[in-house]
Structure formats: C-alpha cells, structure tokens
Design a protein around this ligand. Structure first.
Ligand SMILES: Cc1ncc(COP(=O)(O)O)c(C=O)c1O
Ligand SMILES: N[C@@H](CCCC[NH3+])C(=O)O
Length: 383
C-alpha cells in the first residue's frame, strides 16, 4: 500500500494523520455497487463510520444513499448532496429538534426505535401538516457473534422495538394519521464475519415480514441494516470484502415480494481498508520486562484498540523488511495506562522518527477522535 512516492510524501507531513487511499475506496465502492446492482439491492452508507468530507463525497458520487444517526449527520448528508429521498435516520434518542430538521428535509424514512418515538414523530409531523415515512426498527434477538460491545440486536441491547411490543406498535400505527409505515428495519451488530449470522437474520425478517402482512400492512421496504465485517489481519491481501457472497445470502434466504425494495446500511465494509493512521515514533523505551514504542498518536486519534481491545495491524513503514526484529508494546502519549495500540507487537528494530502505520483504520477511526489532553484535531492526507 505504501510505495516510495507515498513514503516520500509522508516524510514531509506533520504526524499523526489519517491517510486515505482513494483508489482502494473506489475499488471497494465499485465492488459493492456492482454486486448490489446484480440483485437490485439498495445500499445506504452508514455515515457514522466516517464522515470525512472527501470520503463521503466519493461515496455520494458512487450513488449510495445515507444512513444517519443524528440530526447533524442528516444535515451533513443533505449538505454534501445526498438526495433526501435516499436518507434514512435511525437512533434510539432522536430529539424533537432533530426530528423536525429531518421532517423539513422530507427524508426517505425515520427508523423508529420505540413506541414513544412513534407518538412523538406523529405529533411533530402533524404540526407541520406532513406525513412522515417510518420503518419500525425491530430487535430480532439474533446473536451477531461479534464483540459484545458492538452487538445491537439482542434483548439486552437498547436498540429497536421488542417483538412483544409489536401488537401495540401496529395499533399505534393505525391510530397515527401523520405516519406512513414503509417497512421494517433491523441491525444486529458490527464486524460480522460469519455469513451464517445473516442467514439467521433473514429467517427472522421473513417471520416478522409475514406478521405485518397478516395484519394488513403492505411493506415497501425490508431494511436489513449493515454489520458486514472486514479482515483486520490481512489489509493487503484481503482488501475488498466479498460483497458478492454477502448479498447472495440475502438473495437466497430473504423472501421478498416483486416490488419490494431491500435496503442495506453498510459502514465499515466500505471504508475501513482505505484508511490508515500514520504516526512517528517519538521514543523507544527499553525496559527489563518490556520494550515500548511511544508514538505521537494515541487513543485520542484511534480509540478502537482501547475501547474494544480491537486488533489493528501495526507496521513500521520506514524500515520495511529488515532481518532484526523486536517485540514492543506500541503506546501513545496520552495520560492513560490503556493508551496502547498493541502488546508484544513484532516489528523491525525501530528508532525515533520511524513512521508507523496502523492499518484498517478508515472506519470508526477519525470520527471517534477526541480532544482529551487538549490534543489537536487529527489531519488527513489523500492519494
Ligand atoms: C442502525 C445501524 N445501521 C448501520 C450501521 C453500520 O454498521 P457497520 O459499520 O458495521 O456496517 C450501524 C452501526 O453499527 C447501525 O447502528
Ligand atoms: N464503533 C464501533 C462500531 C459501532 C457501530 C455503530 N453501532 C467500532 O469501532 O467497531
């Protein structure tokens, strides 16, 4: 990924920064849209994964819709040119202000996460003399077999409406003149690599789809969310996720009516491999039990390893393949003991000023950066 031209360019940049390889991003988008088009599936990009302006503008140009989780994401999506008819808005805690902003934009759908929220959207739409399009986000109680902290579709999770509330939900919809039910929505978790999980989701969606049809609701949309994972261990040899295999599962196992639209909300799978966090070694500290590489990037720039014990491949891109290697705990400068990107990482013998790449950082990296310790906002570089 890092040829000599790029390395020369990096030498002149102040670190740390996010590097986005826009070719990788384009290849990923092409692979996704080609596979989705084959099945006539609609993909909305989950903006929460990365709302860097250059990245989202490329995604918009690829023709995807936007899946938003806050009023500001909805506004940003519209501002960068996503057609409001392709914007959906999920989230367990939509404020009145956020709902009103989305109503003003006439977005495609509110993915509603509680009975109470249905009532609030009905009232706010009524005040504006509008009919809001809604999809019911149902908690399907399907185990995503991913990290506990990024599972969203189990009964213990706060997301979506529980199945035992669906009768009340159907009654509320019948009594809400300012709502139009367009579909049902699911999202069971993130970084899912076992496709059987999606098969189980399809079985559940079919069951709940039928439940609504039996009660006289004609669903235009089945939205199965996102969650498709990437290979954090092999960013160079398994760069583009197998979108074809992923969509095929839904084509095979989801029962859909001829005019019905199938919607997806992919985030990580589209952007993760195109981004790396680039930093410099500030100090090498050799201890009795441990050697530390102290970087100029920390948990304030990339929080995933500290928050989820997530693995990211770490490379010394200044040294390349040299014979002598050492084991290091690769840490940041932040005043927290958990500020560690990886323990006992095998790297070439490293020195002050070497450039270190932390790979597969294009999703939930830059967007989760913080200003803790009064750190500067992290910059971006593109090629
Ligand atoms: C409702 C919803 N849709 C889509 C996504 C995108 O997930 P991912 O980045 O795993 O594809 C998320 C995040 O997990 C989400 O909460
Ligand atoms: N932020 C998480 C994913 C959460 C997805 C949003 N529900 C991660 O870095 O893996």
């Amino acid at each position: 990924m890092f040829n000599q031209d790029i390395l020369n360019r990096f030498q002149n940049e102040e670190t740390p920064f996010y590097y986005y390889d826009l070719n990788v991003l384009q290849q990923t988008l092409d692979a996704c849209t080609n596979a989705a088009n084959r099945y006539n599936f609609h993909v909305h990009y989950a903006m929460k994964a990365n709302f860097n302006p250059t990245v989202i503008s490329k995604i918009r140009q690829a023709g995807l819709g936007a899946d938003c989780v806050s009023g500001n994401e909805v506004l940003k999506a519209a501002e960068v040119g996503f057609d409001p008819s392709k914007i959906v808005f999920a989230g367990v805690g939509k404020s009145d202000k956020e709902i009103n902003q989305a109503l003003d934009l006439d977005i495609f759908s509110f993915n509603v996460e509680s009975l109470q929220e249905l009532g609030v959207i009905n009232s706010l739409a009524g005040v504006k003399g509008k009919k809001a399009k809604v999809a019911i986000r149902i908690n399907p109680n399907v185990d995503a077999h991913t990290h506990h902290n990024i599972t969203t579709g189990l009964e213990e999770n706060k997301f979506g409406i529980n199945q035992w509330e669906l009768n009340d939900c159907a009654d509320a919809l019948r009594q809400s003149p300012n709502l139009e039910l367009i579909g049902i929505h699911f999202h069971i978790g993130s970084q899912i690599t076992d496709l059987n999980v999606f098969k189980s989701l399809c079985v559940k969606v079919n069951e709940l789809h039928q439940w609504f049809e039996e009660r006289g609701f004609n669903l235009k949309v089945l939205n199965v969310g996102g969650g498709f994972g990437v290979d954090y261990h092999h960013p160079d040899t398994n760069t583009i996720p197998d979108f074809e295999g992923y969509f095929k599962v839904f084509d095979q196992f989801l029962e859909r009516k001829p005019a019905q639209e199938i919607h997806f909300e992919l985030g990580r799978a589209l952007v993760a491999q195109s981004g790396s966090l680039i930093s410099r070694v500030l100090y090498v500290k050799n201890g009795i039990k441990k050697n530390f590489l102290i970087l100029d990037a920390g948990m304030t720039e990339l929080m995933r390893p500290m928050l989820y014990q997530a693995y990211h491949k770490i490379e010394n891109i200044s040294k390349g393949d040299v014979a002598e290697s050492n084991k290091y705990d690769v840490v940041g400068p932040i005043c927290e003991s958990t500020d560690c990107f990886g323990k006992e990482v095998e790297l070439p013998a490293s020195e002050r000023n070497d450039l270190i790449a932390i790979r597969t950082a294009g999703a939930y990296g830059e967007v989760m950066a913080s200003g803790y310790n009064l750190r500067e906002k992290v910059k971006s570089v593109y090629s």
